[in-house]
Design a protein around this ligand. Structure first.
Ligand code: TXA
Ligand code: MG
Length: 360
């Protein structure tokens, strides 16, 4: 591996290593680093060449814009043309944290970073390793998730090394991330704020702070007639190598349908994988069974989703059946990612349907 791997925790920062990361970034290099959501692939956001390198390292289409990460609120005004009132309120309530907002971009932000758009996405993460690194890098770090395009986002430094270890200068290992799903993206440039990507901060929570908040109608599955506003939400992302289907229905019906399907596929000579929860694990006796977490603690489901999808790529199963996870807080975000990974293949426990939407 080419990348230098450095371990640290938020409580015990390795300052010399963070300074080295800052230097690499200032000189146009790339660093993988932890945030509270997923690991990021950082480059200097104000350097067009660094942004080009990010796209090349990920194999990402260059019309899919990057998020600029800042460490302090004072870093916002220089990169945006205006700060809408609702964005100011949301920033005060939710930053630092798993929230990205869209602003009209200032001239110093290169089009290479925004994928040619006149708007820019900005996020102030809460992870202390990320913030200290950003400060030492000059204050503006463009960072997509640190995975090769089309693979699940990384939730550990090992995932980053697997995907990008040969292509970047340094990886900072801060352990397993806290949340495990990418930030909520909100566009406050219109009269009514709009969620462009669901995340840990859900619609209900945002409405408590802002009043009415809309959901981008383009998010409503492949049946939606409008394209999602966030370019990245248009691509089929996070796809495991095996065919993944999600089984919907009440818990008992889902378990018996997955048992029936796995028997049927195994008899046809296929290797079957099952994604379940701690509560249902004991009901599955055939195939490769991975529990994603506990329904009783939904944050464990979010945190392990991408890890489980990656594990299945290593076990080489042919088909995967997953339970559905409409949990109270993060259900929309979890199901949004899982449905994309499944290419919207949904089986109703009872009857089969290709086009069920993920609305709760
Ligand atoms: O949690 C996160 O946000 C992680 C960590 C590393 O901070 N980053 C992340 O970046 O998920 P990425 O590049 O994987 O996803 C960025 C998303 C894409 O869907 C992109 O299209 C959207 O943000 N986006 C970026 N700039 C935008 C803009 N100006 N307008 C609309 N969508 C934008
Ligand atoms: Mg990504």
């Amino acid at each position: 591996m080419k990348a230098k791997l450095i371990r640290m925790t938020e409580e015990n920062l390795n300052i010399p290593a963070l300074e080295e990361a800052g230097e690499i970034l200032k000189n146009g290099g790339l660093v993988g680093f932890p945030t509270e959501t997923v690991y990021g692939l950082g480059g200097n956001a104000l350097d067009p060449e660094a942004s080009r390198k990010i796209y090349a390292a990920k194999g990402r289409p260059s019309d899919n814009p990057l998020i600029i990460h800042i460490a302090d609120l004072e870093a916002l005004p220089p990169i945006v043309r205006e700060i809408p009132e609702k964005a100011r309120i949301l920033a005060e309530a939710c930053w630092p944290g798993p929230l990205t907002m869209i602003f009209p971009k200032a001239d110093i932000v290169p089009y290479e970073t925004t994928g040619g758009l006149d708007t820019v996405a900005v996020r102030l993460p809460s992870n202390e390793i990320a913030r200290e690194m950003i400060r030492r890098a000059g204050g503006y770090v463009a960072a997509p998730s640190a995975n090769v395009s089309g693979r699940p986002s990384p939730t550990t430094a090992e995932h980053v090394a697997e995907d990008l270890g040969e292509r970047i200068e340094m990886i900072i290992d801060g352990g397993l991330v806290q949340i495990g799903l990418e930030s909520t993206i909100v566009d406050c440039t219109e009269e009514t704020p709009m969620i462009l990507r669901p995340g840990f901060l859900n619609q209900e929570k945002l409405e408590e702070i802002l009043g009415r908040v809309e959901l981008d109608p383009g998010l409503l599955g492949e049946t939606a007639h409008v394209r999602p506003k966030a370019p990245g939400m248009r691509y089929r992302h996070y796809a495991p190598k095996a065919d993944l289907s999600i089984v919907e229905g009440d818990s008992e019906a889902v378990v018996s349908e997955i048992r029936r399907l796995s028997r049927e596929y195994r008899q046809a000579g296929k290797k079957v994988g099952i994604i379940c929860t701690d509560e249902t694990r004991a009901h599955y006796t055939e195939g490769t069974v991975l529990s994603i977490g506990a329904r009783a603690e939904e944050e464990t489901i979010a945190r392990h989703l991408y890890e489980v999808l990656r594990q299945f790529d290593e076990t080489q199963v042919d088909v995967i059946f997953s339970e559905s996870f409409h949990t109270p807080q993060m259900g929309m975000a979890i199901m949004n990612r899982l449905l994309k990974a499944a290419g919207h293949r949904v089986i109703s426990a009872g009857s089969e349907s290709e086009e069920k939407e993920w609305e709760q």
